[in-house]
Design a protein around this ligand. Structure first.
Ligand code: URP
Ligand code: ZN
Ligand code: ZN
Length: 474
């Protein structure tokens, strides 16, 4: 059935204006003043922003990690995402040394098919750069619609790859239109510092942060950026947390290299002191890279505002406190790394960013949705409200005040890292390709209504033009 959104304020990455939106056959059909269609259901958006659905470029659903498996799967995780205003996630598909990329993708398709309630794509981990894997990468790009490849520079003896693997992946990605993503921390030095801390009897959660200093994130970020420049390739640095890493990205970008960066809401609103909470509660705040000293928060906000960082990912990697985070009692290195954020990413960025005057409303849409669509080959199908685009739309009440809590969140996890935080702004109704997923704050979708998205190749030429025009710094 057709739908007509009336009386709302449309907000995209570039414009804010009042108009009606006609939706038909999953797409935005028309935008204009006083549209009428007697066959369309009218949705009254008075007092609401009408925004493109959020695109979360960084999630880990049902992922084996840290001796356990993340708690949210593609069903509970995407329901929570939709409640939070997100209509697309790009999830990290893990691969195994000695096994094909196709096997890894089949495994992730099996986890997600029939479960997701919003659309989703995959990034694919490269665990080794064997001849077979490097030959398979172009096939994955052309046939599977997976065009972004992740290298872990940390998690020694588990996920970590060496620099040769990173460099060969960068070269292959450049040749075939892929985008390489890195978790940038120096895993070898972290391993040394971790073993030393444990030997000295320093076992509490705070030691997670103390053994992963910002210098090691800066060093790895700079190394990855320099290898990217040498390969004349393209790089996206996930979960940037600190001045040291922002500086490396800004330096590479100032020299014209294709280096992009993402931060996460947790690094904008939480800090290292959270890891010192008593009764092992600090474990709830264990991410890698770790939460940093508060002084980094302003640097990250500035980097988002000036375009040195382009996106925000939730890094949603949810574990219960009971039974999962508790695996690390008496040994901080066994605390599963990660936390629940897919539901709060949109609202936290709006409340702390737009409402507090740190970023403009249009910049918000760019960071929360549009830029990820552009970087990961989904634009203009996703990431904007325009005729022909998928009708992935959020009706957002910008003035609603509420308190984040485990008691009201939808994520399948037994704590909120933001318990008690007051935010302004709430997604009210969420459409995915024109169908209600959330209607008046209630989930009305069905598992399986979300579809797998084939991503286009990294649009390097388009990005070059945008950067030359200076638009990335808006
Ligand atoms: O602590 C984190 N970030 N957990 C998720 C895995 C990763 O490194 O992104
Ligand atoms: Zn990571
Ligand atoms: Zn992650």
């Amino acid at each position: 059935m057709k739908k007509m959104i009336k009386n709302g304020t449309i907000v995209t990455a570039t414009d804010t204006y009042t108009a009606d939106v006609l939706i038909e056959d999953e797409k935005v059909r028309a935008i204009g003043q006083n549209l009428s269609d007697i066959y369309a259901e009218v949705i009254d958006a008075s007092g609401y922003y009408v925004m493109p659905g959020g695109i979360d470029p960084h999630t880990h659903m049902e992922m084996p990690f840290g001796g356990t498996v993340t708690k949210d799967d593609f069903e509970s995780g995407t329901i929570a995402a939709a409640h939070g205003g997100t209509t697309t996630i790009i999830d990290f598909c893990l691969s195994e040394k000695g096994s094909s990329l196709k096997n890894a993708l089949n495994n992730w398709h099996a986890k997600s098919e029939g479960k997701a309630v919003i659309d989703y794509g995959f990034h694919l981990q490269i665990a080794e750069a064997s001849e077979r894997i490097l030959k398979e990468m172009p096939r994955v790009i052309e046939e599977e619609g997976v065009t972004s490849f992740k290298i872990f520079m940390a998690y020694k003896n588990v996920l970590q790859a060496d620099d040769e693997t990173l460099f060969q992946t960068l070269i292959t990605a450049k040749e075939h239109g892929g985008l390489v993503m890195v978790h940038a921390e120096n895993g070898d030095v972290i391993n040394y510092l971790t073993e030393k801390a444990l030997k000295e009897g320093n076992t509490d959660p705070i030691n997670h942060a103390l053994t992963r200093p910002a210098e090691l994130e800066g060093e790895a970020t700079g190394r990855a950026a320099k290898l990217t420049a040498l390969a004349d390739s393209q790089l996206y640095v996930v979960h940037v947390t600190c001045k040291e890493a922002v500086e490396q990205i800004a330096d590479a970008r100032s020299k014209g290299f294709h280096v992009y960066g993402e931060t996460c809401p947790q690094y904008l609103v939480l800090d290292q002191s959270n890891l010192e909470k008593p009764n092992f509660e600090g474990a709830k705040y264990v991410w890698s890279p770790p939460l940093r000293d508060k002084s980094n928060q302003g640097i990250l906000w500035d980097a988002l505002k000036t375009g040195q960082l382009q996106t925000i990912g939730s890094d949603h990697c949810s574990f219960d406190f009971k039974g999962q985070k508790e695996l690390g009692k008496g040994d901080f290195s066994k605390i599963p790394n990660g936390g629940p954020f897919v539901e709060d990413r949109f609202s936290v960025l709006f409340s702390e960013g737009v409402k507090k005057g740190r970023i403009s409303l249009n910049k918000f849409v760019d960071i929360i949705s549009t830029k990820s669509a552009k970087l990961f080959g989904l634009f203009p199908q996703k990431g904007t409200i325009a005729p022909g685009s998928d009708a992935d739309i959020v009706l957002f009440d910008p003035n609603k005040e509420r308190t984040i809590s485990v008691d009201t969140h939808q994520m399948n996890v037994d704590y909120s890292a933001l318990e008690g935080m007051k935010v302004t702004g709430e997604p009210i109704t969420v459409l995915s390709r024109g169908e209600y997923v959330i209607k008046d704050k209630r989930f009305v979708g069905k598992p399986g209504m979300g579809k797998f998205l084939k991503c286009d190749k990294f649009p390097r030429d388009a990005h070059e033009k945008i950067e030359k025009a200076g638009n990335l710094v808006k």
